[in-house]
Design a protein around this ligand. Structure first.
Ligand code: FES
Length: 166
């Protein structure tokens, strides 16, 4: 029997049927590879999508919050500060020795480090590059910050401190 007359055999040794098990196996393997490719592409694309989307989502979250209530914050000692979150951003409430209240966004306007109130030095300080802000107004007074801190409105009412966008 010549090579051309001999029936072709599949991997099980059975004579292969044109368009039969081999074709089916090929399609199953192709479908599996296709699904794997889609899953692999999704595993790469999803984190990129989340990364690119997060600034917009963060901005939406921040702008959605217009007021924060701080129960028991009226017990804050004069000459001290309380850190809290205004939406997703760090913020600080300061009760000065003269019993005035101020609140600021606590993100340095230079490169975004979180600032800290230093009552002994009477300043708000950024340890990253030495930026200094006025603790009464939030104005930038020394170092690299290009502008002052965002100021919030403070209202003390019935033992509760309410901080809101100005
Ligand atoms: S990040 Fe605050 S001074 Fe640079």
């Amino acid at each position: 029997m010549s090579e051309q007359q001999r029936p072709k055999r599949d991997s099980t040794g059975e004579p292969s049927q044109p368009g039969g098990a081999d074709r089916l196996r090929r399609r199953v393997v192709q479908a599996g590879l296709g699904l794997f490719g889609v899953g692999y592409a999704g595993a790469i694309a999803y984190p990129i999508y989340r990364y690119l989307q997060s600034p917009a989502r963060r901005a939406a979250t921040e702008s959605a919050v217009t007021e924060v209530s701080l129960p028991d914050a009226d017990k804050l000692e004069p000459g001290s500060a309380l850190m809290f979150l205004f939406g997703s951003r760090p913020a600080m409430l300061i009760r000065h020795l003269d019993d005035t209240w101020v609140a600021f966004d606590a993100v340095c306007t230079h490169l975004g480090c979180t600032v800290k109130f230093e009552p002994k030095n009477n300043r708000i300080f950024c340890a990253c590059h030495g930026g200094t802000y006025d603790p009464k107004t939030g104005a930038a007074v020394a170092g690299p910050p290009p502008k002052g801190l965002t100021v919030y409105r403070v209202e003390v009412k019935d033992g509760e401190v309410i901080v809101s966008r100005s």
